[in-house]
Design a protein around this ligand. Structure first.
Ligand code: AMP
Length: 395
């Protein structure tokens, strides 16, 4: 089956066509600046990337260009629209009710709309993408795959905040976690690599510009470091992660900021960017630290320390750990950070293989045979996870 995977933002649309039998990407691309001036990119597997400016007042035009490119006589990978067997849409937030993947129906679209207050930038954009696909491919079956779904197995004691219960019951305030599709993909792959043992305990570190850590018992998510929103948890590229909520009031009073202004700073001007004094890319940070920049080194130290604290707390939450996995931009590519985090974890009997830990971007076991905890680098693939979910659901 050919699965068109769509990831819609308010002014962008990422797409991939995946052959579900071979799990290979046939073509991929990106529509940007939707509603502004419109940029279009398309790349067939093994072919040249084409980029052009195309008018895209709405997501409808963007989807039309995607179909046009995929079925183009010269560079297309499909003969006609009919060769798109199904569409899988990535949805950021499914609230409390949408607990797994679903076939798209009007009721499901209404549910996605109903939890838009939990992801105001994303969910409305996802609906625009679904509507645009429905318009151009009215008879093609579609599925929605939620970033929050994998975390729905977290127990109450993990997802509730210790604040008045009515805020949970009436306003749906709780921990939802994030990067669920990535945590699902990586933990499932780890289980395969472990030989699917019973009672498995896995920790997944999704370390990218946005970063989160999760833990799974028997493949079921128990915890995720993100909270009601993706601001919580680890120190990130530009986000502060865990912070005493009283800092908000303190800064508002002291500096005359609004709450929105403080939260904007916590989201966009904090994290390693703030600590280092201007760098959020870990390649820049590593380079600067190696040249003696103390603030860059401090940012790296804070990042690794916070990550190690989360791992330690999840080892306690699960009363043990068999496997720790690293994924996403930093987790897959940055052996130095992996090493810095694992240095805190030798008390578990964890032993990294320094040579194997040099791996960049490939799946690899990076712990020694003697290590009491297996450590893997597992490249994430959210699009493939969405394609798999879509096919499983529609079959
Ligand atoms: P992501 O949000 O998953 O795309 O991750 C972005 C982060 O990954 C940035 O901080 C990059 O510096 C880091 N990253 C990406 N590629 C590499 C690489 N080859 N080596 C080191 N860090 C990398």
């Amino acid at each position: 089956m050919n699965v068109l995977v769509i990831n819609c933002g308010s002014s962008s649309l990422k797409y991939q066509v995946i052959d579900s039998e071979t799990e290979k990407v046939k073509a991929k691309g990106l529509c940007e600046r939707i509603g502004i001036d419109g940029r279009f990119a398309y790349q067939p597997a093994g072919g040249e990337k084409e980029e052009s400016e195309k008018p895209m007042p709405t997501h409808n035009e963007a989807v039309a260009y995607v179909i046009e490119a995929l079925t183009n006589e010269k560079t297309g990978v499909l003969k006609s629209l009919d060769e798109i067997d199904c569409v899988g849409h990535r949805i950021v937030h499914g609230g409390v009710n949408l607990t797994h993947s679903y076939v798209v129906t009007e009721e499901i679209i209404k549910e996605i709309e109903d939890c838009s207050d939990l992801a105001p930038l994303h969910n409305p954009a996802h609906i625009l993408g679904i509507r645009a696909c429905q318009k151009l491919m009215p008879s093609t079956p579609m599925a929605v795959v939620f970033d929050t779904a994998f975390q729905q197995t977290m127990p109450e004691k993990a997802y509730l905040y210790a604040i008045p219960y009515k805020f949970y019951e009436e306003d749906k305030v709780r921990k939802y976690g994030a990067h669920g599709t990535s945590h699902m993909f990586v933990s499932q792959r780890a289980l395969e690599l472990m030989g699917n043992p019973a009672h498995s305990k896995i920790i997944v570190c999704h370390l990218g510009n946005g970063a989160s850590i999760s833990c799974e018992i028997d493949g079921k998510c128990q915890e995720n470091s993100m909270g009601l929103t993706p601001l919580d948890g680890l120190v990130m590229g530009t986000r502060c992660g865990d912070i005493d909520p009283s800092v908000v009031e303190f800064l508002c009073k002291k500096r005359g900021y609004s709450v929105e202004e403080v939260l904007r700073i916590f989201n966009k001007e904090s994290g390693v960017l703030a600590v280092s004094g201007g760098m959020s890319d870990f390649r820049d940070l590593a380079d600067a630290a190696s040249k003696g920049n103390d603030r860059a080194q401090l940012a790296l130290d804070m990042f690794a320390y916070r990550a190690a604290k989360y791992i330690g707390s999840y080892v306690a939450a699960m009363n043990g750990v068999d496997t720790i996995c690293f994924t996403a931009g930093i987790g897959e590519n940055n052996g130095m950070i992996r090493g810095m985090i694992c240095d805190y974890l030798t008390f578990l009997g964890l032993e990294l293989d320094d040579e194997a830990n040099k791996v960049v971007g490939d799946e690899k076991l990076i712990s020694t045979p003697e290590s009491k905890v297996a450590v893997y680098v597992i490249p994430t693939n959210e699009e493939l996870a969405i394609a798999r979910e879509t096919v499983a659901l529609l079959k």
